[in-house]
Design a protein around this ligand. Structure first.
Ligand code: NDP
Length: 329
């Protein structure tokens, strides 16, 4: 009863590092399955800043050609081994794994999660990686407590807009920062208690807002250009979660800089909180519950055809997007 699979499909691959001109929209074979894998016909793939790092070479490609993309959602087409009983053909699933900028992806069953009823594949793909990032970093990296001051950089971005909402939901006092008034207005709407424009004297503003206390937790996906500011505005015993490189990688940090305020510094990666199947299931269940029942909104900046992945990269790199960018397959 299943339509026969095509032999080839479209995918975005790179054969070398560079600008968007290295993105190739190619015809490639539809992948075949190894044991305990799931073949997913991707409906939507998430665009993440990390995709630009692999394209540019900031992160080293494991091999060339490299098929880009780290998350997608779609329909289960086939499954092998133990996965066959767990992920019925025709059901909807989401995953974080490589090769997602493609019409079909062979995904290890350990990384596949069934999408609950009431969540569309579009929202699942859009909210998955960034939602899990925001939630694991709030819970495990910073362990934010109600009443604490939390500061979110790039607060209107994909991760940022989810961090703001989740921090607000758990009762933190949220200070959101972004580069434009429009972005700050969005962050405010999402639950930020205070907003600070990133071009202003942020440390002075934070000092005023927190009455000299500083911020107990900082979520910094900008990296290089904001690290010094982070150390200035963090509270004594604060958790500084530096988790991205939108402005370049933070390098050469002297540990002694943490001493004056007993700062806890972390550079976490979301996947490393989701290694055990129980961890992945717990966090995804909580994430989808927040999206379905607790009013956490996954706002989608734009939906791009796969062939326009380059335009999506240009847009996210040029700081003109808010929320999530997705590719439609
Ligand atoms: P965003 O949607 O947040 O886009 C990036 C934002 O960063 C921009 O909109 C911009 O906001 C801000 N920014 C500041 N300086 C620059 C610059 N020089 N160039 C471009 N943007 C800049 O992207 P994502 O949500 O996909 O990712 C946010 C960050 O989180 C990235 O660094 C990403 O790598 C990281 N990340 C890390 C993960 C991990 O596991 N460690 C997982 C997921 C994401 P503004 O204009 O307001 O400054």
């Amino acid at each position: 009863n299943m339509a026969p699979l095509p032999a080839t499909m479209k995918a975005i691959e790179i054969a070398q590092n560079g600008g968007i001109e290295v993105l190739e929209h190619k015809d490639v074979p539809v992948p075949t399955l190894a044991d305990n894998q799931v073949l997913i016909r991707n409906e939507f793939a998430g665009v993440n800043f990390i995709d630009t790092y692999f394209r540019s070479g900031l992160y080293k490609a494991p091999q060339f050609p490299l098929r880009l993309g780290r998350e997608a959602a779609g329909e289960v087409i086939a499954a092998t081994g133990a996965a066959a009983a767990k992920f019925p053909v025709g059901s909807k699933a989401v995953y974080m794994e490589g090769n997602a900028y493609a019409e079909y992806t062979a995904v290890n069953a350990s990384n596949v999660i069934s999408i609950p009823d009431g969540v569309s594949t579009e929202v699942a793909a859009a909210g998955y990686l960034q939602g899990l990032t925001a939630w694991t970093f709030i819970r495990e990296a910073a362990n934010v407590q109600p009443g604490q001051w939390a500061f979110v950089h790039a607060a209107a971005g994909g991760c940022g807009s989810l961090l703001v909402q989740m921090l607000h939901a758990i009762g933190a006092k949220v200070i959101a920062s972004a580069s434009t008034d429009e972005k700050l207005a969005l962050a405010k709407k999402l639950g930020a208690d205070y907003t600070v424009k990133s071009t202003d004297d942020v440390a002075a503003e934070v000092k005023k807002i927190t009455n000299g206390h500083g911020v107990d937790a900082i979520f910094d996906g900008i990296g290089k250009s904001t690290f010094d500011l982070d150390l200035e505005m963090i509270a004594r015993k604060g958790n500084l979660i530096s988790f991205g490189n939108a402005s370049g990688a933070v390098e050469g940090v002297a540990l002694l800089r943490l001493a004056p305020k007993n700062v806890r510094l972390m550079r976490p990666v979301v996947n490393n909180y989701l290694v055990e199947r129980e961890e992945l299931e717990q966090y995804t269940t909580e994430l989808f519950d927040m999206i379905k029942n607790k009013g956490i909104v996954v706002s989608i900046h734009d939906v791009y055809p796969l062939a326009d992945a380059g335009r999506a990269h240009t847009d996210i790199e040029s700081r003109k997007t808010t929320g999530k960018l997705v590719l439609k397959l």
